[in-house]
Design a protein around this ligand. Structure first.
Ligand code: UTP
Length: 237
């Protein structure tokens, strides 16, 4: 298994600092946020970590260069998360960790690997439970037990099939790249990872796993403040 960390986005919700500092490199104590994610990928057993960056985000490369088993690929145009993942194409299972999503608490990715094994190597999507009144902000799972039947992007409260939301971590088979290659642009004109996964669901089983630990989205200042608060006092070594 290899890990892919998409970190090529424009970070517009975190301007102006993201004009020079990638949001993924904002400090959580003494470490950049992205290093906590790299640590999580390593703890899950990834033997290589591919970080997707873009022009102007070379600070990321500079920081991690020389660390073993990390390589970089460029996304030349910001055509969406699915497109970013495709730039890192590998011929192995892909553990995808969003570069601006931190999970405070133990080992979300590692536990997803265990869940996948228990399901014969099937795809696993890391999830969190969200308050019912907030489902319209998330990608929401339609489930049969823990098997994913479908995923609904930002449903109205009364139409939401559950309160279980996609939460920044995916363990997908190499076959996902085939779906991404033929994926047409979706919401926002972007190549959406969710759209490719939904197509995959008609041919392969995938499971939702509500991981322990709280997801912190550092893609905007409020989320970043919350992440700092959540990590206060946690030993990061
Ligand atoms: P986001 O949608 O949260 O990041 O993507 P963004 O595009 O930087 O956000 P705004 O709207 O401009 O503020 C989640 C993760 O996917 C990466 C981002 O870097 C982030 O870590 N991403 C997103 C890419 O690598 N490429 C893309 O085209 C989009």
């Amino acid at each position: 298994m290899k890990a892919i960390i998409p970190a090529a986005g424009l970070g517009t919700r975190f301007l102006p600092v993201t004009r020079v500092v990638p949001k993924e490199m904002l400090p959580i104590g003494a470490k950049p946020a992205l290093e906590l994610i790299v640590d999580e990928a390593r703890a899950a057993g990834a033997d290589e970590i591919v970080i997707v960056i873009s022009e102007g985000k070379e600070l990321i490369r500079k920081y991690f260069e020389g660390q073993p088993d990390i390589r970089f690929v460029y996304q030349k145009e910001q055509k969406g998360l699915g497109h970013a993942v495709l730039q890192a194409e590998i011929d192995d299972d892909a553990l995808i960790l969003l570069g601006d999503a931190l999970v405070v608490g133990c080992c979300a990715a590692k536990e997803m690997v265990e869940v996948s094994k228990a399901h014969g190597g099937a795809a696993v999507i890391g999830c969190e439970r969200v308050p019912k009144e907030k489902v319209s902000r998330y990608g929401i799972m339609k489930l049969d037990g823990d098997r994913i039947v479908d995923m609904v992007e930002k449903p109205a409260v009364e139409e939401a099939p559950s309160d279980i939301a996609v939460a920044g971590r995916y363990l997908l088979p190499a076959a996902i790249f085939g779906y991404l290659k033929t994926q047409t642009p979706g919401k926002g004109g972007e190549i959406q990872l969710t759209d490719a996964i939904r197509r995959m669901l008609s041919e392969r089983d995938a499971y939702a796993y509500v991981y322990p630990g709280k997801r912190q989205d550092i893609g905007n200042p409020d989320g970043y403040f919350a992440a700092l608060e959540a990590y206060r006092g946690i030993n990061q070594n």
